[in-house]
Design a protein around this ligand. Structure first.
Ligand SMILES: Nc1ncnc2c1ncn2[C@@H]1O[C@H](COP(=O)(O)OP(=O)(O)OP(=O)(O)O)[C@@H](O)[C@H]1O
Ligand SMILES: [Mg+2]
Length: 353
């Protein structure tokens, strides 16, 4: 007689099973993390929602699969119906200091110019938006604003109650000084003006509720970085570098700048890592392994390597980021993986507080 199967399934038993499933990044079980919602039992049907900490969760499928296995293994369970949702945790310091509903802010920096900060920032923002997150992109490069072109936007923000309403593309709200000055005009800023522009871009813009505000910094380790970190608490900084030594040296300065401003460094992205040749072999144009070395030496995570791809500049100039124009390319796939990894790291940082 199958005595086991006559025992009714209880909420307690299901929750106990789900306590055996860990979020691999937060290192706690789904129940302790309060990720299980709406648990219902109807005969042999068990249904619940798993609320992840980011819609761009890289381990979404693994977590769902393990939860399903754990509950299916319970005696008497027939069908397990799981929905997956996300609620991005709020960086407490951000909401405390700013009166705007931005949950997390991620700054992209390098030290050196031309290494792909803006390209990374744009693709990161679009990838997060594609995953379902609410995303803003702040072009803090007030000397050479490239974000409008890369996002294919030219219309300036509109005004509503004296606040700027950012134009939107690919699900991302965008603000840039490039919208406000004629193209080609040199942009010369004195320190206080610069500070005031950056503050306005944060405080006087109708961002609405955002899960992530991605910030594209100008090259260098100067005033803009300082102004930015004084204007809002950054949830994390990402360092972009080429594999070559001179870029690494500058990137290290960028990394130390974040540290001196108490901004958690989420990790290092190595851009233009290699060029794939038609025969499938790789050519290391800018050397090899520098990004990983920098990460190891500085004790921060290595987020990943993005190859060179001629479609990147082409699609950037046309205003279609590569993850939109060539989503299957190796470079786009690397950017998507990077975005998921960064989102996961922001969640982990938010849980640490
Ligand atoms: N992976 C890549 N493959 C090929 N070209 C790339 C790649 N990443 C960026 N580029 C190109 O390199 C140039 C510099 O990139 P980008 O403008 O993003 O760098 P940046 O660090 O923001 O520069 P700046 O310091 O001037 O703001 C652009 O023409 C861009 O299209
Ligand atoms: Mg740039």
């Amino acid at each position: 007689m199958a005595v086991k199967n006559t025992q009714p399934i209880s909420q307690e038993l299901v929750l106990a099973a789900l306590r055996t499933v860990q979020d691999p990044e937060l290192h706690k079980d789904l129940v302790s993390l309060n990720m299980i919602r709406d648990l219902k039992i109807d005969g042999d049907l068990v249904s619940f929602i798993i609320v992840l900490t980011t819609p761009a969760c890289p381990l979404r499928d693994t977590i769902e699969q393990e939860a399903r296995q754990a509950v299916t293994a319970l005696p008497g369970v027939g069908v397990v119906d799981i929905k997956v949702d996300a609620n991005v945790p709020t960086d407490g310091r951000l909401s405390a200091m700013l009166n705007i509903p931005v949950r997390n802010s991620i700054a992209i920096a390098s030290g050196k110019g031309g290494v792909g900060k803006s390209t990374v920032a744009v693709n990161l923002a679009v990838a997060l938006a594609q995953s379902g997150a609410r995303v803003g992109l702040l072009d803090a490069d007030i000397y050479g604003p490239n974000v409008p072109t890369m996002m294919g936007l030219s219309s300036p923000p509109t005004l509503h109650n004296k606040r700027m309403v950012p134009p939107e593309r690919y699900g991302v709200k965008v603000i840039s000084i490039g919208f406000l000055v004629p193209p080609g005009q040199p942009l010369i800023w004195r320190g206080p003006m610069l500070h005031s522009v950056i503050r306005q871009f944060i405080g006087d813009v109708e961002w609405g509720e955002l899960d992530y505000l991605v910030i594209d910094l100008p090259p260098g380790t100067g005033d803009a970085q300082l102004s930015l970190s004084q204007s809002l608490p950054l949830s994390g900084g990402v360092i972009v570098t080429l594999p070559q030594q001179v870029s690494i040296d500058d990137a290290r300065r960028g990394l130390e700048m974040f540290r001196s401003l108490d901004v958690p460094v989420l990790g290092v992205v190595e851009n233009m890592s290699y060029l794939e040749l038609p025969d499938g072999s790789r050519m290391d144009i800018f050397g090899t392994g520098g990004g990983k070395r920098l990460a190891e030496e500085s004790g921060v995570p290595f987020i990943g390597a993005i190859p060179m791809d001629p479609s990147v500049p082409e699609s950037g100039d046309k205003g279609n980021p590569i993850i939109i124009s060539h989503p299957d390319s190796v470079a786009a796939q690397a950017m998507l993986a990077m975005a998921k990894d960064i989102a996961a790291k922001v969640s982990v940082a938010a849980y640490k507080e």
